[in-house]
Design a protein around this ligand. Structure first.
Ligand SMILES: [Mn+2]
Length: 289
């Protein structure tokens, strides 16, 4: 493969001039099955150079979109608490500067840090896993606890998880008891338009934070993830989610891509979905101005 610059394609704006700030979170210290998600920011950036600056699907020319690529945060060797502190600090800086954070993981444990800077936000998480354990392997900040920690912050009524097809029995009981709203991949099959319409109505005009755990996709589309789980969503389902909330998304992350188990197709799809999300949000921003 040719050598390309180590920044996300077309992200050539300065921090101050940007509407979107892309940054990498190379962290996989709590991964429970496959390690390697820390390598994803680099691979996804590389994959982004595969695409034309003009995107025929969204009609957006990325040379017109003010995107900055900050690079990676120095978190690879930190423990969970210190990693979260760094992620939170940087994410806050982006949000306070009125820019939209676009985080490339790394594992899902980064998400609770990313949302810390928002005052009032509804979290939509796409994930094969419920991630609602209070702790895993002795760590409350393990990637298997991501949704639980997010719910601690925003409140159980302000998060919904789409595409679930894996949970531990007690974890599931607890989620049901506490009223966590989630939709299994099966329940969305053939029905996602109606579900999204309903969620959209409930959220109203509130801001949305979108967390895309890439294992929400079926492994036939995205085999290179840390914990693949069969019977997942299709890429178009993810696009539908993005389009439904594009006018309200205040930040998003894409996590759990695991390059050592990828032939390149997962990173390519991840880069494309990041580009489509930026394009749809940008179009919504423009039409709102
Ligand atoms: Mn997951």
């Amino acid at each position: 493969m040719r050598e390309f610059p180590n920044y996300f394609a077309d992200a050539e704006e300065s921090f101050n001039g940007a509407d979107f700030v892309i940054f990498g979170l190379p962290y996989d210290r709590t991964s429970s099955f496959r390690f390697g998600a820390r390598l994803a920011p680099r691979e996804i950036r590389k994959a982004s150079w595969n695409f034309e600056s003009f995107d025929i699907l969204t009609g957006v020319d990325f040379t017109e979109v003010a995107m900055h690529d900050y690079g990676d945060l120095d978190i690879e060797n930190k423990n969970s608490e210190d990693m979260l502190e760094s992620v939170k600090r940087f994410s806050k800086r982006v949000i306070e500067a009125k820019k939209l954070p676009v985080a490339i993981g790394g594992e899902h444990s980064v998400t609770p840090g990313l949302i810390e800077g928002f005052d009032d936000v509804f979290v939509i998480s796409l994930d094969a896993h419920l991630d609602f354990r209070d702790e895993y392997e002795g760590n409350r900040y393990n990637h298997a606890c991501a949704s639980r920690r997010v719910a601690d912050k925003v409140g159980i009524d302000n998060i919904t998880i789409l595409g679930v097809r894996s949970a531990e029995r007690k974890e599931l009981e607890k989620a049901r008891k506490e009223g966590l709203r989630f939709f299994t991949s099966r329940s969305l099959s053939g029905n996602i338009d109606d579900v999204l319409k309903e969620i959209s109505k409930d959220i109203g005009e509130r801001k949305v934070y979108l967390s895309i755990d890439f294992d929400v996709l079926d492994p036939s589309y995205a085999p290179g993830v840390s914990t693949p789980e069969p019977f997942g969503l299709e890429p178009d389902d993810v696009i539908k989610v993005i389009k439904t909330f594009a006018d309200r998304i205040a930040g998003f992350d894409l996590v759990e891509v695991c390059p050592p188990y990828d032939f390149g197709n997962t990173s390519i799809l991840a880069a494309k979905i990041i580009r489509i999300a930026i394009a749809e949000i940008w179009k919504a921003l423009k039409s709102g101005n």
